[in-house]
Design a protein around this ligand. Structure first.
Ligand code: S3P
Length: 438
């Protein structure tokens, strides 16, 4: 298969209903929690992407049986102490920051050395943010320049910690919650708001966790877990994958879209709030609660005019995976948009603030970018009259998919490399694009 996608035609207005694949954050967490349950857990609609498969490979390596049958995934958990760590265990988190960081928390009580490796993109990402709190618990690490590969030796003598999570990183928060579950005594976390799936699943499972929600942060208290129940779960659709189609609708004239059964957890819907502020009509229909998560069908209609935004920073964490797309909306709006305190965006699968700005410039959109902010000079009448080639983006799946949305909406002749990058989070992406694009 050629690993390049060429798009030569703009998309026509559409009115469609679609389903999007399962939530990645929840799929990875389901695998990890279930692997520690006492008994068999079952999931429906588990996301079958490389990040989730890497998580399954990891628990298998730790001695846990996993089976697939008729749309269901079964995990045969051996209980909270059921992981078997062999002498020279290497875990390959591939492209997944979530797996790489969360698994270290779960293995912190294990005293055999564990090596953690990842692909080229993950090996460029910061692991100090995890190594620091886990070291305070009592683990020892070997790593160079705060990057993978690393080696961790856990401890039988863990001490609970107080952890101030001030980046708004759910991966850091979750890794510390998992380490706290392994540690005698009370671990306290003060966490800037970020996605809270780990907390919701812990609560649903009846684990010893207490959460107090303040306006800009949460206070979390976690104690040692003695036993975990199995976890049957129907994974809802991923809002971050839905985002590509929500934005494609928002920037395509006279278009409407319904996406069924999406996880609209309040900590994940920064994109929706931002788009509403920019004038996009978005309605949540058939809202319901499922095991602590909020689910809804999302209806989107494109507006006649898009307004620019001076984006409030409290929305950053809830939209962190969607900013590349939000930049496209800003590029199509009437006026100058401004996004700030976005240093975390350069810590993702690729430096997305830098590359997002570069793509806009290739399209002929003026930007002013610093190391943590971007000003985008929108132009609703923008015509691209040159060929655009997108390559060398560390195979970042979200750069690829955002470029496809840009090509379909802004037009011209686009050659987008590394099509297979979608396999990390959303292998079905091009199929759904074809459904809308015909
Ligand atoms: C994730 C947390 C976020 C997000 C990532 C998934 C998670 O990362 O960008 O795609 O499932 O916990 P950070 O915690 O680094 O912000």
């Amino acid at each position: 298969m050629r690993n390049i996608t060429v798009i030569k035609k703009k998309i026509k207005p559409f009115k469609k209903k679609i389903f999007v694949s399962g939530d990645k954050s929840l799929s990875i967490r389901w695998v990890l929690f279930s692997s520690l349950g006492s008994g068999i857990s079952r999931a429906k609609n588990l996301l079958m992407s490389q990040d989730v498969l890497a998580t399954i490979q990891t628990v298998k390596k730790l001695g846990i049986k996993v089976k697939f049958k008729n749309n269901f995934c079964y995990i045969y958990g051996k209980g909270i102490n059921g992981f078997k760590v062999k002498k020279k265990t290497t875990i390959n988190a591939k492209n997944s920051g979530t797996l790489g960081r969360l698994i270290l928390g779960l293995l912190i009580h294990n005293t055999k050395p564990i090596k953690l490796i990842g692909d080229k993109s993950l090996s460029k990402r910061d692991f100090k943010r995890i190594v620091d709190p886990l070291t305070k618990f009592g683990a020892t690490f070997k790593l160079k320049k705060n990057r993978l590969p690393l080696e961790m030796i856990g401890s039988k003598n863990l001490k609970p910690i107080f952890y101030n999570e001030n980046r708004g990183s759910a991966q850091c928060k979750s890794a510390v919650i998992f380490a706290g579950m392994r540690t005698e005594g009370k671990t306290f976390i003060k966490a800037k708001k970020s996605r809270n799936h780990t907390e919701l699943l812990s609560k649903y499972l009846g684990l010893p966790i207490k959460i107090k929600n303040e306006k800009y942060y949460d206070l979390i208290e976690i104690e040692k877990v003695k036993k975990m129940k199995p976890l049957n779960y129907v994974i809802p659709s991923d809002i971050s994958s839905s985002a590509f189609f929500i934005v494609l609708t928002a920037i395509t004239k006279n278009s409407e879209l319904t996406i069924k059964n999406v996880n609209v957890n309040p900590s994940r819907i920064g994109l929706i709030t931002i788009l509403r502020k920019m004038g996009v009509k978005i309605i949540f229909k058939n809202k319901r609660l499922y095991k602590g998560e909020n689910i809804a069908n999302i209806f989107v209609r494109s507006p006649k005019k898009l307004k620019p935004i001076n984006c409030p920073t409290y929305l950053n964490s809830g939209a962190i995976d969607e900013f590349l797309l939000i930049f496209l909306v800003a590029a199509k709006s009437y006026g100058v948009s401004y996004f700030k305190n976005l240093e975390e965006l350069n810590q993702k699968e690729s430096p997305r603030l830098k590359l997002g700005s570069k793509i806009l410039n290739l399209m002929g959109v003026k930007t002013i970018t610093t190391k943590n902010s971007i000003k985008i000079f929108g132009n609703p009448d923008l015509k691209i009259n040159k060929r655009i080639i997108i390559k060398n983006f560390l195979k970042d799946h979200r750069i690829f998919m955002t470029s496809v949305v840009a090509a379909l909406s802004f037009g011209s002749h686009w050659t987008i490399h590394d099509s297979s990058s979608i396999n990390t989070s959303f292998p079905e992406f091009m199929k759904i694009i074809k459904k809308l694009h015909g």
